[in-house]
Design a protein around this ligand. Structure first.
Ligand SMILES: Nc1ncnc2c1ncn2[C@@H]1O[C@H](COP(=O)(O)OP(=O)(O)OP(=O)(O)O)[C@@H](O)[C@H]1O
Ligand SMILES: [Mg+2]
Length: 237
């Protein structure tokens, strides 16, 4: 078994006086694909933001490959190998697909300076190659999601964090996203943490899961040992 790539120790976080995350302990082994599940408002997005550094931790530690990231600004964490696909995608609408991908390269600074966007992005998402000169804002939701994932992968992350990649996406594109994530995980030796409410989708390729409730992780396990239907209570009202 590989060593833990990501380790959270007693992590807490919140917004102006209201605490959202409470003493989160979580270890994600290298090349694991972890499904992070839970109802609306339990703190899934806040947890990803805190790992990425968009949101400051109020206590605890975030380790990547044993290195303490907790005090680093988000661009330093990106450079250390953390890629992030935010909820709602947030691509740059006025930049072309190619320019959006370039932005992903430059976000990780010196590690990739002078390099071009790797061809494997277009191998994973051939559609992006077709529309490479189109402005991000003119893409369909599914194309934008592929672009957001491609942009994160352009930085050659070791750890990829995805926040609800299937939200508002048509079923045929969901399949493409699943294939691309499987392929990327294998070919790029990625470790993935994916927030999802669509359990059947994420159970097809995640090997582990962690369920959150009220800002805490309340259950963890292997997806092979718990059916998606058994954990559905953690996501449905
Ligand atoms: N910018 C913010 N300022 C203040 N409170 C916030 C902010 N963002 C989120 N919260 C609150 O923090 C809690 C956790 O929100 P978060 O977005 O992390 O949940 P989530 O599990 O991702 O939910 P969803 O499934 O709806 O995306 C909620 O009570 C939410 O209202
Ligand atoms: Mg969320």
């Amino acid at each position: 078994m590989s060593a833990d790539l990501l380790e959270l120790r007693g992590l807490s976080s919140g917004y102006e006086g209201s605490r959202v995350l409470w003493d989160i302990d979580l270890a994600v082994a290298g090349q694991d694909i972890l499904a992070l599940i839970g109802r609306n408002g339990v703190g899934k997005t806040t947890l990803l933001k805190t790992i990425v550094g968009v949101q400051a931790a109020s206590g605890g530690q975030i380790l990547l490959g044993g290195q303490d990231m907790t005090a680093l600004p988000s661009h330093r964490r990106a450079r250390a190998g953390i890629g992030y696909v935010p909820q709602g995608r947030h691509i740059f609408p006025h930049l072309s697909v190619a320019e959006n991908l370039d932005a992903g390269l430059s976000a990780c600074g010196t590690r990739t300076r002078g390099r071009r966007v790797p061809d494997y992005i277009f191998d994973l998402f051939p559609k992006l190659h077709e529309v490479r000169d189109r402005k991000g804002g003119f893409l369909s939701g599914g194309e934008q999601q592929q672009l957001a994932i491609g942009r994160a992968l352009a930085g050659a992350p070791r750890l990829l964090l995805l926040d609800e990649p299937t939200e508002g996406i048509q079923p045929n594109v969901v399949d493409q996203i699943e294939q691309a994530l499987r392929h990327a995980a294998r070919e790029l030796s990625l470790t993935i943490v994916v927030v999802e409410q669509y359990l059947e989708f994420v159970w097809r390729f995640a090997n582990r899961f962690a369920a959150m409730r009220d800002g805490r992780i309340v259950k963890e396990g292997k997806t092979s040992e718990s059916k998606a239907s058994d954990v559905a209570a953690f996501v449905s009202i």
